[in-house]
Ligand binder design. Sequence first.
Ligand SMILES: Nc1ncnc2c1ncn2[C@@H]1O[C@H](COP(=O)(O)OP(=O)(O)O)[C@@H](O)[C@H]1O
Ligand SMILES: [Mg+2]
Length: 152
Amino acid sequence: MSKAAAVEARDEERDGVRTVRLRIPAKAEYITLSRLALTGLAKVSPIEEETLADLKLALTEAVSNSIRHAYANGSGHVEIAYALSSTRLEIEVFDDGRGFDPERPLAIEGEELTEGGLGIAIIRTVADELEIESRPGVRGSRLRLVKQLRLA
Ligand SMILES: Nc1ncnc2c1ncn2[C@@H]1O[C@H](COP(=O)(O)OP(=O)(O)O)[C@@H](O)[C@H]1O
Ligand SMILES: [Mg+2]
């Protein structure tokens, strides 16, 4: 067993908002867990299948960014907070890694096309609201997306 819990989850319900907080190691194999938490929440308060699929994609992109870009050697953690009410889902993804400039236009020129650079664009397409707080040279990033829901 490791000396500290690798994964932590907390769950509370207040004023009709169900909140789940998940803290995972910044490693690719934990991305599935962040998606599973969303699947679990959607069971409590059904989200349309297509919306759920979109949200999982956006979540995967956001968590992948924290894992791939924020930390140099996979040593950090990523925290995800899901807040679900009957009308909206808010997902926040936090890391404590290298910050970046969210305004930076997609650098396609001079970069390998295989690098992608589509993650944030995908998240923006899926979300009704998207907020990214990060600065180059300052530790930590926070991404917050909101999806308005029509319940299934
Ligand atoms: N959590 C993060 N920490 C540090 N840098 C990030 C983070 N999220 C995004 N970035 C930066 O923003 C860029 C664009 O992200 P994205 O649109 O997902 O494209 P990609 O991940 O394919 O490069 C990344 O290449 C990276 O430089
Ligand atoms: Mg990405």
